[in-house]
Design a protein around this ligand. Structure first.
Ligand code: SF4
Length: 686
């Protein structure tokens, strides 16, 4: 395949549009389902405003308030502008400027020394979704790690249990996209709050409601959409699996299971039926702390409505039962026979829908140690065969986001650990770096923005020049490959070359549309009907309702429930849902109103607490000090702190992750954020 002549074949970086004010089109590759098309106003080489464009019909000219503020990151006081090395104690933030050559040499020589001493696996690359772009992750970086033989990283902090369930059941079949929501007569939003994450879904849900659709929300909080729902189930965190199993039981026992669909398109329905059998409405409702009649109403609505759509979110996966919860929820449309009509079936991550094979990673995966990223604290403080001698962090901020924060920080404080942080701003993790490398933002370089809500793919381009000496991932990982003798002469040098190589490796139809500045369309269209346009990508093209390998790997088998980890001492479930301030932890450096712990009035009264009290939230792992917000918008027995906050956002430099155990989900090795159990007490007001 070769690319077509066009503007992207320019031999050097495209000129930056200047003048009094220009509007430059690009796309948002951040970790959000929507991948908006953007219109960025630039004046004298600086970003002035960021807004949505109409190129992508789902974006429809508007974007979230988070990215509208992205200029504050580019030009803010926390931006890293040049390479630097540590001058003070780990964590105290004292660094001295060095040149890029010095920084690269220092990193490369530590890589070589670590490999000579304890082998390549003593180097741990650590990254997540700071950008979902095809250039910034799993590209030259993966090539470097594979060729050097470092430890491998299981990127499981989010979407691992739902991903494992979706893969096992459906082979990650493309799912219902936003555009088809208005076709549904029943929408169940399960463990998802699009008003905070994936805002472009909201108008489509509202349109469905206008057309008469029934809305069900299953969430421990009364979110904006829950307020307008016909039924809201505020379930105890970690119990979604039994709620879904009770619906299965009803379908099987009341004659609403679609037996002909099950025979023709599924395997394992009998085993699922057996596992659902114990979960009567009453038993499930008691376990989940909900009203049995409301649960029965949802089951009846689901059985009798068509098209019926379930949006499976990520809130339900963040606990010890998360994988089985996703299995049970995603199995519902197969058992009830809800596929085959527009707006019927399930909707979740469409990240795999383009079937993009990353052939540009030209190196086989080595058989080196696999480190689950949720065990970073253990890896840094306990692993000794080999120990982690070098940690290279990019596209993420583990000091703020990974469970058991205190252990992670203890690890980062190790004097014998050499830590490299390649970042845009001075994050909580960057403070612990031995070498700091400044990274470009998505408005300063090329990338491919791939949506995972709608099915769309767009090319992002540089809007302004990089601030200071910031460099792209392509430049820095390419440079490290060269310095370590791992780069072949014919491989791309620099970001523009790499972008052109990725374009060359994409299917012609996709690449040509991107070169021409239009949005490509996958072969099955951007709004496929499940079991009409797309089918399971499983070996026999059937839905595997009871995959044997998952039954063997789950601690208690499939569709089983592990009881609540709460104790008399720590009875409250702490959850950490997405907020309207950060994209995961990105933008956590920006000033924000006081971060508050939300608590139900009955829980506050039982503890003698009042709105705006200063409180300590604690368990055996740690303590977080913050301000209390008393509100009925959360179920009794559950409290919440926002996801993605940085240490500076609380009164004692600890975030909610300090209270989260590093236990793993039943499937997929995911993080159990919502298994934190805590108590709350007052602190004297400062
Ligand atoms: S974070 Fe999401 S909603 Fe905001 S601009 Fe990016 S893609 Fe759009």
């Amino acid at each position: 395949m070769s690319h077509q002549p066009g503007k992207l074949d320019a031999p050097a970086r495209e000129p930056i549009l200047g003048g009094p004010a220009s509007v430059v089109e690009t796309a948002c590759p951040l970790d959000c389902p929507d991948a908006c098309s953007l219109a960025v106003t630039v004046r004298h080489g600086k970003v002035i405003t960021i807004d949505g464009s109409r190129k992508n019909p789902v974006t429809d000219g508007y974007i979230c308030a988070k990215v509208r503020k992205f200029g504050e990151r580019i030009y803010g006081p926390d931006r890293l502008l040049h390479p630097a090395v540590r001058k003070g104690r780990k964590g105290d933030g004292r660094f001295g400027r060095v040149t890029w050559d010095e920084a690269i040499e220092r990193v490369a020589s530590r890589f070589e020394a670590a490999k000579a001493r304890h082998g390549g696996a003593s180097i741990l690359p650590f990254s997540y979704g700071g950008s979902n772009g095809l250039l910034t992750q799993d590209n030259i970086d993966a090539q470097l790690w594979r060729r050097f033989g470092t430890s491998r990283l299981a990127r499981t902090v989010c979407a691992a249990p739902t991903g494992a369930a979706n893969m096992a059941l459906y082979g990650k079949m493309a799912s219902i996209t936003y555009q088809d929501y208005p076709e549904a007569k029943l929408i169940i939003l399960w463990g998802v709050n699009p008003s905070a994450s994936g805002i472009h879904l909201v108008p489509f849900v509202r349109e469905a409601q206008k057309r008469g659709a029934t809305l069900v929300v299953i969430d421990p909080r009364t979110t904006a959409l829950a307020r307008s729902a016909d039924v809201h189930l505020a379930v105890q965190p970690g119990t979604d699996v039994v709620v879904a199993l009770a619906i299965h039981r009803y379908l099987f026992t009341s004659g609403h299971a679609d037996e002909s669909f099950l025979r023709a398109h599924t395997n394992g329905a009998d085993r699922l039926r057996e596992r659902a059998e114990p979960w009567t409405f009453e038993r499930a409702a008691e376990t989940a702390g909900i009203d049995a009649a409301a649960l029965a109403r949802i089951a009846e609505l689901y059985a009798s409505s068509s098209p019926a759509l379930i949006r499976c979110g990520w809130g339900l996966e963040r606990n010890r039962n998360g994988g089985n919860a996703a299995m049970a929820v995603l199995a519902l449309p197969a058992v009830a026979g809800k596929f085959g009509v527009r707006g019927g079936g399930y909707s979740m991550s469409n990240s795999a829908s383009w079937n993009i094979d990353r052939t540009w990673i030209d190196a086989p995966e080595p058989d080196t140690r696999l480190v689950n990223m949720n065990h970073l604290g253990r890896a840094l403080t306990e692993y000794d065969d080999p120990p982690v001698d070098v940690l290279f962090v990019y596209n993420c901020n583990p000091a703020a986001t990974i469970p058991d924060q205190r252990r992670v920080i203890r690890g980062l404080e190790r004097e014998d650990l050499f830590t490299v942080v390649f970042e845009q701003v001075m994050t909580d993790t960057a403070l612990y770096a031995d070498v700091l490398l400044p990274a470009t933002t998505f408005l300063e370089g090329y990338d491919f923005a791939k949506a995972y809500g709608p099915i769309n793919l767009d090319l992002g381009r540089p809007v302004v020049e990089p601030a200071g000496e910031a460099r792209s991932n392509a430049d820095v990982f390419g440079e490290l490959c060269s310095r370590l003798g791992l780069r072949r002469g014919d491989e791309p040098t620099g970001e523009l070359d790499l972008m052109l190589q990725v374009l060359d490796r994409l299917p012609d139809s996709i690449a040509n549309d991107l070169r021409g500045g239009t949005l490509p369309t996958p072969p099955f269209g951007t709004a496929p009907i499940q079991f009409v346009d797309v089918f399971p990508n499983t070996p026999d093209r059937k839905v595997d309702l009871f995959p044997a390998d998952l039954e063997a790997s789950a601690p208690m088998g499939l569709y089983r429930f592990q009881p609540d980890p709460g104790t008399d001492r720590y009875p409250l479930a702490l959850i950490s849902p997405a907020s309207d301030r950060t994209i995961s932890s990105t933008l956590g450096e920006l000033p924000r109103p006081d971060v508050k712990l939300t608590m139900h009035p009955a829980d506050a009264e039982a503890r003698g607490l009042a709105d705006n009290d200063r409180v300590r939230v604690y368990n055996e792992l740690a303590e977080v000090q913050c301000t209390l917000k008393v509100a009925p918008a959360i179920r009794q027995g559950t409290v919440s702190l926002p996801k993605g906050i940085w240490r500076r956002s609380t009164h004692n430099n600890a975030t909610g992750t300090a209270l989260v155990p590093d236990t793993l989900t039943d499937l997929g090795g995911g993080a159990c954020f919502n298994d934190a159990r805590v108590e709350v007490a007052s602190l004297p007001n400062a």
